[in-house]
Write a protein that binds this ligand. Structure first.
Ligand code: IFM
Length: 458
């Protein structure tokens, strides 16, 4: 028996500017922190950079045609701040014109555009002034958001401020595996706070500007904490992990302020509390119309008896716990496949978010796909991953979670950040040498799910 989705369920696929566009020096585009980071020896596998990526800047029509061929009703993409404002403040009309053409092309084919304003590619000029650690970034981001919104909001209804501020702040400023590559836990917390403030401020200003059918959102990444042993120490480790990983950004957006225990857990860094000013948490709580949920894998956490023991935990300042190696079956990037966690996450979020609907804004898997001599990509493992995770979403809806859509990550194989071009997440295979696109079996499978509005039973 098939699992049928609600009739108005939104189906689509997602990408991000830096991961697909290439053309990093075209039409006046300014330098981004990812251009700078990619130039650091050893930062990216194989010394890869954002050039050529999928050369989408020049081939966007072909990519929109692929969305159409797959019958996908919605496309989530991000605009590149360094293309629109090369120095972070001055508008480059040619950069804006690119997104204008892209939106028109999507609409001509009846595909609904969902715009994300920030998917990690900060103009380098703003990083030179402190980037997300400088409170002035809030004003800069809001100005940028207004510029893009003023240009596109007559045709674009769906606006997301930030994608995964967790990664931008914690991985970029704390762990140092993302641009700008800082390793400073205190800076990571301050950057995170400013992301929340920028989100809330831009949301308020864009709401005032309005637009036809206009809806505002933020997209957060979640990794449910799994405690292997059912005892107090493991449960406490999972709870503390959950606070920084899953609640840090969610609770302020929901108007709950920073979660219980957070300020105490990071107090030794002396960074977050001094960055919080009166009214900040009210700003972060500016109402949104939906929350985007990005889910790939859970994290298994264990307590450490001695808090001074070094650990692999990627969360700023968190002591006394470690993360265990993921359990197989893994995807090629080394992430655990655990669809049950997606159901549990959506049900839990559904309760916590009250009346605010959810959209799965990213979900997908990387595998080492090859184009067979007959031109097919037989990515059976991705078909299985998608089917099991779509059933997990369906199960969550059955348990009462208000999930309104699913956007597969990703339309195309692309530049997977510090992994360069080694991890293929696409429904469509990209040969980066020739830029040839090949729809994978998973792309065809997903197209059928969308056409049927249903996923086959397992
Ligand atoms: O490729 C990324 C994307 O940019 C943000 N979410 C996770 C994806 C897979 O790592």
């Amino acid at each position: 028996m098939e699992h049928v989705f609600p009739s108005d369920f939104l189906w689509g696929a997602a990408t991000a500017a830096y991961q697909i566009e290439g053309a990093v020096a075209e039409d006046g585009r300014g330098s981004s922190i990812w251009d700078t980071f990619a130039a650091v020896p050893g930062a990216i596998v194989g010394g890869a950079t954002g050039e050529p990526a999928c050369d989408h800047f020049r081939r966007y029509r072909e990519d929109v045609a692929l969305l159409d061929e797959l019958g996908l009703p919605a496309y989530r993409f991000s605009t590149a701040w360094p293309r629109v404002m090369p120095d972070g403040r001055t508008v480059e009309p040619r950069g804006l014109a690119f997104y204008d053409k892209l939106v028109d092309d999507l609409l001509d084919r009846g595909i609904r555009p969902l715009v994300t304003l920030y998917h990690w590619d900060l103009p380098q000029a703003l990083q030179d002034r402190g980037g997300w650690c400088d409170r002035d970034i809030v004003r800069r981001f809001t100005d940028y958001a207004c510029v893009v919104h003023d240009r596109l909001s007559d045709r674009v209804a769906e606006w997301t401020t930030l994608n995964e501020p967790f990664c931008s702040a914690f991985l970029g400023y704390g762990v140092g595996v993302h641009a700008p590559g800082l390793r400073d836990d205190g800076a990571a917390l301050v950057a995170a706070h400013h992301h929340l403030l920028a989100h809330g401020t831009a949301t308020r200003v864009l709401r005032e500007r309005g637009g036809p059918g206009h809806r505002l959102s933020i997209v957060l990444n979640f990794s449910p904490a799994l405690a292997d042993v059912d005892d107090d120490a493991h449960r406490d480790a999972a709870r503390r992990f959950d606070v920084l990983q899953n609640l840090f950004f969610l609770d302020p957006v929901l108007g709950r302020g920073y979660p219980d225990g957070l300020l105490a857990d990071v107090a030794h860094l002396g960074a977050l509390e001094p960055a919080i000013r009166d009214g900040d948490l009210a700003t972060a709580a500016t109402p949104v119309d939906w929350i985007g949920v990005n889910y790939y894998a859970p994290t298994r956490v264990v307590p450490l008896a001695d808090p001074a023991t070094p650990s692999n935990c990627p969360l700023p300042g968190l002591r006394g716990m470690d993360v265990l190696p993921p359990r197989g079956p893994l995807t090629s990037i080394g992430w655990e496949q655990h669809p049950e966690s997606l159901t549990d996450l959506l049900v839990w979020l559904g309760n916590r978010c009250g009346d605010i609907p959810l959209v799965v804004a990213e979900n997908g898997a990387a595998f080492a796909d090859v184009v067979d001599p007959d031109g097919r990509v037989r990515d059976v493992r991705r078909v299985r991953y998608l089917a099991s995770h779509l059933r997990a979403v369906h199960a969550a809806i059955g348990r009462g979670a208000d999930v309104r859509g699913y956007l597969a990550w990703s339309l195309l194989d692309n530049f997977e950040w510090s992994f360069g071009y080694t991890q293929r997440f696409g429904l469509v295979h990209v040969d980066f040498a020739t830029q040839r696109r090949t729809v994978k079996d998973s792309g065809r499978f997903y197209a059928q799910v969308v056409a049927d509005n249903a996923v086959p039973a397992g």
